[in-house]
Design a protein around this ligand. Structure first.
Ligand SMILES: Cc1cc2nc3c(=O)[nH]c(=O)nc-3n(C[C@H](O)[C@H](O)[C@H](O)COP(=O)(O)OP(=O)(O)OC[C@H]3O[C@@H](n4cnc5c(N)ncnc54)[C@H](O)[C@@H]3O)c2cc1C
Length: 400
């Protein structure tokens, strides 16, 4: 397609990546982000395989490698803090529970934004309120009241995208029965540069990860059949977490103390997005808004980077948007399908409820810990399964 105008909604990972490539193809690109400024929050995310190659092609790989969290590997511990298994960090594009390119989400987002800011217009503090399309374009009404017509609109608004329902009402959320609360806590002298994952039983887990700004990124996992805990107000969520982790020693008390002290945190009810199609006419979705695989897959950011690049190449290389969007979906569906096919029992297996399950998982970790980390497959998530290097990126800009 020759030069076109496009509105991308969402300025995290998928949005700016798509914007970068379409601007490079000569398109006129606007990105709207509902928050007032670029979001800095987020914990350690990995970039693997094909997504590393996307950063490389953008000339951003070295900057990303220079901004990694410094995590040296992953250690699993039992409720008493005894080591169960240890894995060193990956040393290539794909391997290891701790990837070679492990970076704070906010840092990667800022790199992508900065690489595009000169060629793309960013509109912060606004969002799509209405979409109307005809054969020639999409009329967008923004919440601010502004109106503008674009040739195409792409939603990169994450798993809880609101605009998606305007065009793709059949999107379905598939809950995994697991909540994760994320927060940042002060680093202590006895903290290490490893990802420490405490397997504590009762369908719970506690993770402590280093970052490159002198704090610790903590998260607690809670398996639960009750939906809607994420909709409680802050004090309600803190009460739930305090009760759920009251008997957990080692890492939990400092996490609970930070919550009580008012540390900002985010409670997520993990859910995958299932959409029968990723576009309707001239409006498409990309990244978590299209196919969220959840952090348990360990591949969400890899999919977002690879998917945004693929969509851009397919649009730039196609004769019209119908062909481009169809080719994007044809290429990405199998990769996304594999990423969403979590191994049986995931994430229950890694957050065992019963004493027996906890013992069995600990024993399995000891065995697996003695073999190459890749043998873990996706059982624990974050291990690069499906192998992110098995997705073949299309050529730029022909999409061959
Ligand atoms: C603040 C934040 C923190 C995160 N922390 C982690 C983490 O710790 N670990 C992890 O594995 N993953 C985390 N993620 C998710 C991770 O970024 C994604 O799984 C993955 O990178 C795919 O990115 P995405 O760009 O598709 O979607 P997201 O990263 O979810 O980004 C969506 C963007 O769209 C914006 N947005 C949402 N609705 C609208 C709207 N209506 N109009 C305009 N803009 C909108 C959001 O503010 C956000 O900037 C986080 C995401 C965010 C936004």
């Amino acid at each position: 397609m020759t030069s076109r105008s496009i509105l991308v909604s969402g300025a995290s990972i998928a949005g700016p990546t798509l914007a970068y490539w379409l601007a490079r193809a000569g398109w006129e690109v606007a990105v709207v982000e509902r928050t007032d400024a670029l979001r800095e929050e987020g914990q350690n995310i990995d970039v693997r395989g094909a997504a590393r190659e996307v950063l490389r092609r953008m000339g951003l790989e070295d900057a990303a490698l220079a901004a990694t969290t410094g995590e040296q590997g992953t250690v699993f511990l039992d409720a008493q803090g005894r080591e169960l298994a240890r894995f060193t960090a990956g040393t290539d594009d794909t391997s290891g529970p701790t990837a070679e390119l492990e970076i704070l989400r906010g840092r990667l987002g800022a790199l992508l934004h900065d690489a595009t800011a000169g060629d793309v217009s960013y509109l912060f503090g606004d969002q799509i309120a209405g979409l109307g399309q005809d054969a020639g374009g999409v009329d967008v009404t923004f919440a601010s009241g502004r109106e503008q017509r674009f040739d195409l609109v792409v939603l990169a608004e994450g798993v809880n995208s609101r605009s998606r329902a305007l065009v793709l009402p059949d999107a379905r959320k598939q809950h995994l029965g697991m909540y994760v609360a994320y927060l940042t806590i002060p680093r202590r002298d006895d903290d290490t540069d490893e990802w420490r994952w405490f397997v504590v039983g009762g369908g719970r887990g506690v993770s402590l990860r280093p970052d490159d700004v002198g704090t610790i990124r903590a998260s607690v996992n809670l398996m639960s059949d009750t939906r809607g805990l994420d909709e409680l107000d802050r004090s309600g969520q803190v009460i739930v977490l305090r009760r759920a982790f009251a008997d957990v020693e080692q890492a939990a008390p400092r996490v609970l103390a930070a919550l009580e002290d008012g540390a900002p945190f985010y409670l997520e009810d993990l859910a995958q997005m299932r959409l029968p199609t990723w576009s309707a006419g001239r409006v498409a979705v990309v990244g978590d808004a299209a196919w969220c695989a959840t952090p348990v897959s360990g591949i969400g950011t890899t999919l977002a980077l690879s998917g945004a690049y693929t969509l851009a190449a397919c649009l730039a290389g196609a004769t019209d948007h119908h062909a481009g969007l169809a080719e994007y979906e044809r290429r990405m569906r199998p990769f996304v399908g594999k990423a969403q096919s979590l191994p049986p029992g995931t994430p229950r297996v890694a957050n065992p409820r019963s004493a027996l399950g906890t013992k069995a998982f600990g024993a399995a970790l000891r065995v697996i810990g003695s073999a190459p980390a890749q043998r873990l497959g996706g059982v624990l998530g974050g291990i690069g399964s499906p192998p992110a290097d098995q997705y073949e990126l299309p050529a730029w800009p022909t999409c061959r």
